[in-house]
Design a protein around this ligand. Structure first.
Ligand code: PRP
Length: 185
């Protein structure tokens, strides 16, 4: 779906990344990853569901072999991330012993999910665990998470598209935009 179908739902004067800008930034990140992991295998771990688009484009920008696996997690409680306690809905199929793991995320908001996930994956004996995220909201971050690859730092706004949802919608929007308050209030 392109922007023309949801223009009325977005604040067009605020954060907006076109599909071209996103793909171009992911190519730059892929080049950094190729350089840093030269001579090492890579296991990309995508965090469902938001990271699906990032994983698809980042992985295809890597001009080398990679493996991919997926996790689905959910925070306990009322649907907010405030507890920082995360439940695994779908675990990895891959044994991480000795592997170089690169977690692929669409967004780091409070940082609670990633903070928990990195501790969890590090306990499984990998050679390394790093994070690549397309978006990061520095103002919203509650937990210090060391992120090796960041696409864009963005303001603390409600962004949707390119995997990011509101009520499970907008994930298939090609670009990323700021949702207008009239949609969710
Ligand atoms: C989003 C995103 C991260 C998490 C980041 O997932 O994909 O996993 O929130 O938030 P945090 O930094 O505050 O922990 P969400 O739980 O919305 O699920 P989804 O990927 O299925 O949309």
């Amino acid at each position: 779906m392109d922007l023309t179908h949801v223009e009325d739902d977005l604040e067009l004067d605020q954060t907006l990344f076109t599909e071209e800008q996103i793909v171009s930034r992911l190519k730059e990140m892929a080049a950094d990853i190729e350089r840093d992991y030269e001579g090492k295998d890579i296991l990309l771990v995508g965090v469902l569901k938001g990271a699906v688009m990032v994983m698809a484009d980042l992985a295809r920008s890597l001009d080398r072999h990679v493996e991919m696996d997926w996790m689905a997690v959910s925070s306990y409680g009322s649907g907010t991330k405030s507890s920082g306690v995360v439940r695994i809905l779908k675990d990895l199929d891959t044994d991480l012993q000795g592997r170089h793991v690169l977690i692929v995320e669409d967004i780091i908001d409070t940082g609670l999910t990633l903070s928990w996930l990195i501790t969890n994956l590090r306990s499984r004996g990998p050679a390394s665990v790093e994070i690549a995220t397309l978006l990061r909201k520095p103002e919203a971050q509650q937990m210090e998470v060391e992120v090796k690859y960041v696409g864009f730092d963005i303001p603390n706004a409600f962004v949707v598209g390119y995997g990011l949802d509101y009520n499970e919608q907008y994930r298939n929007l090609r670009c990323i935009g700021t949702l207008s308050p009239h949609v969710y209030s």
